[in-house]
Design a protein around this ligand. Sequence first.
Ligand code: G3H
Length: 533
Amino acid sequence: MTHAIPAQDSFLDPKDAFSDPLHHKTYLVDGQLKAWNGPMADVFSPIRTLENGAETPVYLGSAPDLKKEQGMEALAAARKAYDNGRGAWPTMPAADRIAAMEKFIDRMVEQRELVVKLLMWEICKRKKDAVKEFTRTVEYLRETVVEYKKLHREGSHISNVEGTLAQIRRGPLGVVLCLGPYNYPLNETFCVLLPAILMGNTAVFKPAKYGVLLITPLLEAFRECFPPGVVNIVFGRGRELAAPIMQSGHVDVLALIGNSKSSNALISQHPKPNRVRQVLGLEAKNPAIILPDADLDLAVKQCVSGAWSYNGQRCTALKVIYVHKYVRAEFLEKFAAATDRLRAGLPFSDADITPLPERGKVEAMQAYVDEAIEMGAKVINAKGGQTAGAIFFPAILFPVSRAAAIFREEQFGPVCPVIEFEDIEEVMADIAESDYGQQASVFSQNPEAMGKVIDQLVNQVCRVNLNASCQRGPDALPFTGRKDSAVATLSVRAALRSFSIRTIVACSEGRKDMLEGVVSGRHSTFSSMDYLL
Ligand code: G3H
């Protein structure tokens, strides 16, 4: 491997090392922050120091390495709080659940500085993106409250359907096991966990493998704002904690943002897998398709941000680029030049390319490159594949064999294959063959050509981006995928629906006295006409 990225940009000066390692020794179960005196897992930053040729990852602290018993204790607490739907939380008036959630959001905001700092140190999200992740999450949660009120108002209505009076509300599903990803350790977990809670479910939440410490400043807020057992937070390895929880058969919803291998393995361990509602955000291989009449400068700009933002570690990243043979040479030249202008460095300096958090990731990226080269590809950009510590400078590969792993697999990192095409049918055939179906980006200045491609793509993926890279936002839009890319839909509104089920209280028109009595006497929380404003 070459080492051409300046060391002063990519390694931390030892005098700047994390001054105050954080040793977090509690976990949240049944409304208590329980002290943990067992084994701890050390947490290191992807950032390294370099002294006399030796690279050392920066030490950030430690978190509990909990065992099966603590996971089961958390599950028991969540079950008790749900109590088969009769617990205080699932039966509580919606206004009270909203009050708890609003209090939590306020408490969360107080921890902003520390969480943003840990996002930079733990997963190397650059400062402006770390701030964005925090503020976007807070806005999402506030919007969730607004949407929940709307949903509740819709349920405060009785319709007469062919002589049957029916009140339809969305109710909770039960106990949720929530597992998040390392690339959006705050946003993607909170944007499923908190809508699930607001709907009346209870949860066991285990933070991702990386991005663990940044959750710890929020434990006290969870403890303070939600009744015992509603949110339980455990730290440790998935195999040790999540597997036995699933094997118990007491999980009603698996909310997992990660990959299909993990979700399939977990679902298959549940004794009654058909009973588990799945809310999954999984892998993707979003293609960019550059038609011969595309504005190449725009396409290059979008491909640079689409493929390389946060080092390509986004489920929505562009992970394969198809370019028409007429414009292939010009596109590649411009794309390579624009990529090489990116600055590699540490997250504090808002560098474009930062160290990769996953252990062994630099080697995994190198393996993709090596195999593609063996099959005839070249790294097109001069700086492609340069390394320094855990930094891997983005590598553009061309021409790439369809037999190469980088063509099929989700690389989730800074390597991108480019494929030349002559006939759009070649691209469509690949997309149809692919295991993934999240989004696609199409670049063209010709409405007729664009229209045709839109119609061919909309039944293969769930969002077609015109002259723009792929992305999840705005968060009010439905975010989902076909095939192995997702199960269920997320958005501010859709998440509330994904974590609930429609339930009806019905009676015949001729016997409406009973319903009138229940409602006017305010005898039921469900059968109420209360209108949340
Ligand atoms: O990792 C997947 C994220 O949901 C992508 O979100 O497009 O806003 O980066 P984003």
